[in-house]
Design a protein around this ligand. Sequence first.
Ligand code: CP
Ligand code: NVA
Length: 326
Amino acid sequence: MATLTESLLGSDLLTLAALDARGIGALYETAAATKAEPERFRESLRGRSIILLFEKPSLRTRVTFEVGPARMGAHAFYFDHSKERIGAREAVKDYGRNLERWVDCVVARVFSHGVLEDLAASAAIPVVNALSDRFHPCQALADYFTLAERLGGEDGPSAGLDRLAGFRLAYIGDGNNVCASLMHGAAILGVEMTVIVPEGYEPDPGVLEECRGLARRGGVRRGAIRVTHDPAEVRGAQAVYTDTWVSMGDEAEKVARMAAFAAYRVDQRLMSLAGRAAVFMHCLPAHRGAEVTDGVIDSKRSVVYDQAENRMHVQNALLLHVLGSA
Ligand code: CP
Ligand code: NVA
C-alpha cells in the first residue's frame, strides 16, 4: 500500500488507463479494509474538503461521494452545475486555479470529457472523473471489485483480482462511457471481454487501440477484447453486463436508439445462453423493460446492488490514496 500511496498521491483519475494492475490491487486492498473495518478510517481524511461539481443528475455517485468522505472525517459538498455548465461563467482554467486554493480534491461529472482535462491541467489538486461522455472509471473500479470479491470468496478481493485473468465478461448494449472504462479495466486485468453492440454503436476505436497498448505495457498474457454485433456471442460468459441505451446527453436520439437496441435486451433467454453461474451486472439506473427485464435484474444472478454499494468503498480507497492517507 505504501508504494501505491506514493505513486497515486496527488494523481488525477480521469480514465482507468491511468492505473496499472498493481495500482488497482493496492486500491482494492484499501477498499476491502474500509469496507470491513470502517471505524479504522473514521479520522483518516479529517480536515479535507472535496467539491462535487455535477452537470448531470446522479443518485449513486453523488450519495457515495458525500457519505463516503463524511465517514472518513472529510467535508464533501455538492455544487450544482445542472443549470450552467462548467466554463460558462468563467474559463475552466480560472475555475481550476480558484478551486485549488480552497479544496483538496475535485470530483466532477461533466458532459464533455475535455472539461475534466482542462480542470486537471489547471488545478494542482486531484481531479476525479465522476462520469463524462467518454468514461466512467469509478464505476468500472467498483464493478471489477465486485467480481474480485466473488471470485476471491474467503480469500478476499485481492486473491479474486488475480483470478480475473481470463474471466469472461460480456458487455451488451451501447459502446458508451461505461463500456469504455470496463474495456480499460479488462485490458489491464486480463479479462476476456466481448462487446456486443448494434451496428453504429461500437466503442471508440481509439479506446480499443489504447486497450491494446495497456495490455502490452502490463505484459498481460490472458484476455482480449472482441467487438461483435451478435447477441448470441454472450454464450459462455461468466458475467453479462448492460447499461442504458440512452445515456445522459443522448436523449434527442431516443427513438432511433430504442429501435436499434431492441434485439440487445438482457432477458431470461439471453441469460440462459451465458454460463450457468453467470451473474448479471448493470451500473444503474436501469430502465426495466428496455435494456433489462424485471425477471433478470430481480433474479438471484443479479449483483447490481453490490456494485452500487462498492462504489463507495472503492471511491473511499481512491480518495485515501490520492490524498495520501492510505
Ligand atoms: N452508476 C451511476 O453512476 O449512477 P448515478 O448516475 O446515479 O450516479
Ligand atoms: N451511460 C450512462 C451511465 C449512467 C451512470 C450515462 O452516461 O448516462
